[in-house]
Design a protein around this ligand. Structure first.
Ligand SMILES: NC(=O)c1ccc[n+]([C@@H]2O[C@H](COP(=O)([O-])OP(=O)(O)OC[C@H]3O[C@@H](n4cnc5c(N)ncnc54)[C@H](O)[C@@H]3O)[C@@H](O)[C@H]2O)c1
Length: 346
């Protein structure tokens, strides 16, 4: 079997910490043959560091030499580069969020359909052990019909101080599009992919504008901070499920809080840590502390799922139509906050 030839586009933080090690670990099936970045010095530095043979200045020139690309640029370029890669007949694993708007996601899906190539989105939380156990619990009816979902993606004073995360033009938003999106995706997947019907949202951009604020993840320019630092939302779905969602990069709370719980007709579950509540069994709670939110391992599984799907030996776990749903909700939260009214989705 020929190895899948892979190129990495945008070789900053996540490319180096997650994707390059994960794809290089699959050396029996994959070869990273090149990197491309608008920052040429960085491209050369990364190629040398990871022993990758080539660098490219333009991504179009890279497409001729690869079967697949991993797109790790700021959000603004996800749609443009994905569509160009698919039109060139190249499979794509695109970092999350899928894109900045619903319309961009729809263009990406249409390009994937026309090309017949794989389009995966890097919502890697689905590959963590506790997420997989929760999915099995829901599928095996251990909590019955899901009713109420609570999601919290709260970081205490951790605005990313690197890259362009506080730049609205390049990222499309802040804590919601960057961090909240992971837990939204995970919750919707666990719930069996229901359709959102109505979204009410409130976003804030206050704390991070104040000068002299403590931030645990480096420094950023407070004056140019244009994106949401806190978001709250209430989302209803076509099958009657409701979700309360809250996220922040800069919360004034005791400690970081990652929470996803689903309360169903017969029982419930939480993910952090994994716990299953089954009152019918008498023992109300079964917990498994050994089941972890192991993101590093999830990155390896994500790469393997993508590679094997490109080679026709597996099916993508994160499908683009599902990632589009997350972006639809994010768009609706931002719109609802701007207008002060809920947004009805068709
Ligand atoms: N899945 C996750 O948990 C996770 C974590 C971090 C980042 N991300 C996503 O990965 C993406 C990149 O984040 P990062 O932290 O690596 O950022 P980063 O700033 O560290 O790296 C981005 C790289 O892209 C390059 N770049 C910018 N514009 C480009 C273009 N048009 N073409 C080619 N290269 C370009 C930059 O020079 C830089 O090297 C974002 O979309 C972010 O949301 C996902």
């Amino acid at each position: 079997m020929d190895k899948l030839k892979v190129g990495i586009i945008g070789v900053g933080g996540i490319a180096q910490s997650r994707h390059i090690p994960a794809f290089q670990a699959l050396e029996d099936r994959v070869e990273i043959i090149a990197v491309q970045d608008v920052n040429q010095d960085r491209a050369k530095e990364v190629a040398a560091k990871y022993d990758i043979p080539r660098t490219f200045v333009q991504y179009h020139d890279l497409f001729v030499h690869v079967n697949a690309v991993v797109i790790c640029t700021p959000n603004k370029f996800h749609a443009e580069i994905t569509v160009a890669a698919l039109e060139a007949g190249v499979h794509v694993l695109c970092e999350k969020p899928m894109a900045m708007t619903t319309e961009e996601c729809e263009r990406m899906i249409s390009a994937a359909k026309q090309s017949g190539k794989q389009l995966a989105i890097a919502y890697h939380y689905r590959h963590t052990d506790n997420a997989k156990l929760a999915k099995q619990a829901v599928l095996h009816q251990e909590i019955g019909e899901p009713l109420v979902t609570r999601v919290q993606a709260l970081r205490r004073r951790k605005v990313p101080g690197w890259g362009v995360f506080t730049n609205k033009e390049l990222q499309g938003g802040g804590s919601l599009i960057d961090y909240g999106c992971h837990l939204l995706d995970l919750a919707i997947w666990l719930l069996g992919d229901p359709e959102p019907v109505e979204v009410l949202g409130t976003t804030y951009n206050r704390l991070s504008k104040l000068p002299n604020q403590i931030n645990d993840w480096g420094t950023f320019d407070h004056a140019t901070f244009e994106v949401d630092d806190h978001v709250t939302s209430y989302i209803t779905f076509d099958n009657g499920i409701s979700m309360q969602m809250e996220c922040s990069w800069a919360a004034n709370i005791k400690e970081d809080t990652r929470h996803l719980s689903i309360s169903g007709v017969d029982g419930g579950l939480s993910l952090y840590p994994f716990e299953l509540y089954q009152p019918k069994l008498g023992t109300f709670m079964r917990s498994d502390a050994k089941v972890e939110h192991n993101e590093t391992n999830a990155g390896y599984i994500q790469a393997e799922n993508f590679v094997d799907s490109c080679l026709g030996q597996d099916e993508l776990v994160v499908k683009p139509e599902q990632a589009l749903k997350v972006t639809k909700i994010i768009d609706a939260i931002y719109q609802s906050s701007d207008t002060g009214s809920s947004v009805k989705l068709k």
